[in-house]
Design a binder for this molecule. Sequence first.
Ligand SMILES: Cc1cc2nc3c(=O)[nH]c(=O)nc-3n(C[C@H](O)[C@H](O)[C@H](O)COP(=O)(O)OP(=O)(O)OC[C@H]3O[C@@H](n4cnc5c(N)ncnc54)[C@H](O)[C@@H]3O)c2cc1C
Ligand code: FES
Length: 260
Amino acid sequence: MKKEYRIPLLSNVAVGSATHVLTFRSKEIAAAANPGQFVNVSSDLFLKRPFGVLDTDPEAGTFSIGVRRIGAGTGYICDAVPGTFFEVLGPLGNGFVFDQTKRIIAIGGGTGIFPLRFALKRARELGIPSLSLNGFRSKSDIILLSSFEEVADQVRISTDAGDFGTKGNVVNLLSELTKEEMKDAILMTVGPEIMMKNVAKWADGAGLFCQVSLEKRMACGIGACLVCVCKVKAEAEGEPFRHVRCCKEGPVFAASEVIW
Ligand SMILES: Cc1cc2nc3c(=O)[nH]c(=O)nc-3n(C[C@H](O)[C@H](O)[C@H](O)COP(=O)(O)OP(=O)(O)OC[C@H]3O[C@@H](n4cnc5c(N)ncnc54)[C@H](O)[C@@H]3O)c2cc1C
Ligand code: FES
């Protein structure tokens, strides 16, 4: 199935000091993308760059990504004006698993909040109750709060500086959950590796199933180059671990199988 498209940028909106939401026209990607999947986007560099899908509008034939400017590739994409054409490969990867009998607690940090916005929107469409927990450095770093409030039943924020929401990080937010809020919940988390590792540890202690989306450096995005290989546990197969391609078998994995 063809997955690479030459598509126009429709809008580019700054949502923070170094973060933009970009919307592209592609009826194919808008129709096919599921929460947790990503797209590989061209820039003026040789390799495309991976971004989680933030939102889709299948009726309008558009989809959005959130991009934080950190280097040359993201700089080119953040500076692009509407009308610029991009080569985009996607949707790629596996995506989150939804269980209609379980409530969702989505835990995000950094650019990890973008794919979780899409997951929360899908949960709402499926009639699954949801709670969004996002962590930021300080009040001035908070982005897309009203956008999360549109799709999640409840939104809670932590800030390291303590100037908004709970002081501390997302694990502090998790430790404030009531037994009722934890009952029949599954966790989905995307963010810096140390954050996901701590969320996974907390979930294990609480006996809750947790899915994590790993952000490895990627090149091809389609399972061909092995740049993104990581190890997961394989005790059921009689081995201590096996190698998986984060772009193909992931980026979403059960937290319990990840070797951090
Ligand atoms: C599956 C997946 C989904 C992603 N989703 C998003 C998203 O929704 N929004 C977003 O803004 N970013 C996302 N990223 C990260 C994004 O792809 C990188 O920031 C981007 O590729 C950097 O390109 P660059 O040319 O600007 O930076 P480069 O010049 O390539 O790198 C600049 C610096 O960032 C580091 N870096 C680059 N990529 C990564 C990475 N993947 N993990 C850790 N460190 C990295 C480099 O080591 C270097 O220090 C995602 C990554 C993956 C793998
Ligand atoms: S990025 Fe090439 S195999 Fe994953």
